[in-house]
Write a protein that binds this ligand. Structure first.
Ligand code: AMP
Ligand code: MG
Length: 353
């Protein structure tokens, strides 16, 4: 039975969603669904993705409808063999070649000039395309089983935190995806590092599991785009269309508090006492005790923070939090990815103390 639902201006069909496992038979079935124009949520090492055949514009449109995603925000093309890159990209620059050798497969997306035949639905009309080779075995097996490159964004409803656990995918995509492969928890927890390698100097458009330090070890001139930690104003056109949209937002308001540790602690306590009528959540990587707040630990370092962050934001919603105060420790490595996701989740509502 199909139910029709009016949402985000588009009519989407509420589907029967199959729950599949990572078994070879189930992966074969999921691959067939993609090959035939359906959409399947699948685990990767970063977050869960929602995939369709990257060669089928109509199938790709179903992803936008299922997520409520703005149509000008392109998807990433997932491959399972480096040879596929030259079938998708028009030009592989010398810098790109080095990056591909160093970081693929892995939590890394490379932006290159696209070949013309890649549908506009995938790239939102851009002349470049994002390509990623996931390390996760289930993801790689699914792409092979589909027999086509797989276009996928994260498998959350647009604007919500990316799903890093199968339960979160089921919460968002039941009735919307044709199938969901339950592959357990994602290891990295934040999305891939996106690097624009279509020009001479590689530029990080989104920080992730491959860090700036990792990139600079291969190409010393690599740099970070200014919008990674800065809001995009109405008159600016960011290099990465995703930068201009609300992201990772739980129902609760998120406020990031940063600065010297004891000052941060004092400020969070002050904010808690100022909002006594609300349910307050605190996300921390310290053993900080706050009175009258639901405290979730993000782990002891930024790698753990990245892995737990999106799940914690969803958990705060489940616990009925109205406001979330987030503290973290700025360091190298995963620190930039954590900071970027926190800033976005907070809509750049950051208090410096
Ligand atoms: P998601 O993994 O769900 O965040 O979606 C893919 C992300 O990749 C979005 O932020 C897109 O804006 C970004 N992206 C995809 N293709 C391109 C491209 N050709 N140039 C810049 N950013 C891209
Ligand atoms: Mg996303």
């Amino acid at each position: 039975m199909f139910l029709y639902k009016q949402e985000w201006g588009a009519i989407i069909i509420e589907k029967q969603t199959k729950i599949l496992t990572s078994s070879p038979e189930d992966i074969r079935e999921a691959g067939k669904i993609i090959a035939e124009g359906g959409i399947v949520a699948f685990p990767t090492e970063t977050v869960y993705g929602l995939g369709a055949s990257a060669l089928n514009g109509n199938a790709v449109k179903k992803i936008f409808a299922a997520k409520g995603r703005p149509s000008d925000n392109p998807l990433i093309v997932h491959i399972a063999d480096k040879k596929q890159i030259s079938e998708i990209a028009e030009e592989i620059t010398p810098a790109a070649e080095k990056l591909i050798n160093a970081f693929m497969p892995g939590p890394f997306t490379i932006i290159l000039k696209k070949k013309q035949y890649i549908p506009d639905e995938v790239t939102a009309g851009l002349d470049t395309v994002g390509i990623r080779f996931p390390e996760n075995e289930t993801a790689a097996a699914l792409i092979k089983a589909a027999g086509v490159p797989v276009a996928a964004p994260s498998a959350n409803l647009s604007g919500k935190p990316s799903p890093t656990r199968a339960k979160h995918v089921k919460d968002d995509m039941t009735g919307r995806a044709d199938a969901i492969i339950d592959g357990g928890d994602c290891g990295v927890g934040v999305e891939s590092t996106i690097v624009d390698a279509s020009g001479e100097t590689p530029v990080i458009l989104r920080p992730g599991g491959i860090t700036l330090e990792d990139l600079r070890a291969v190409i010393p001139s690599a740099r970070v785009d200014e919008h990674v930690l800065k809001a995009v104003s109405d008159d600016e056109k960011p290099k990465c269309p995703g930068m201009k949209y609300t992201h990772y937002s739980p129902d609760a308001d998120v406020i990031v508090v940063e600065g010297e540790r004891s000052a941060v602690r004092a400020e969070i306590n002050r904010l808690i006492s100022e909002n006594r009528n609300k349910t307050i959540g605190v996300l921390t990587m310290y053993e900080s005790a706050y009175d009258d707040a639901v405290i979730l630990s993000a782990g002891k370092d930024n790698k753990e923070y990245a892995k737990n962050l999106f799940a914690a934001l969803r958990e705060f919603d489940a616990l009925g939090a109205d406001m979330i105060f987030a503290e973290f420790r700025e360091t190298d490595g995963y620190g930039l990815a954590v900071k970027n996701r926190l800033y976005r989740a907070a809509g750049n509502n950051v208090i410096h103390v």
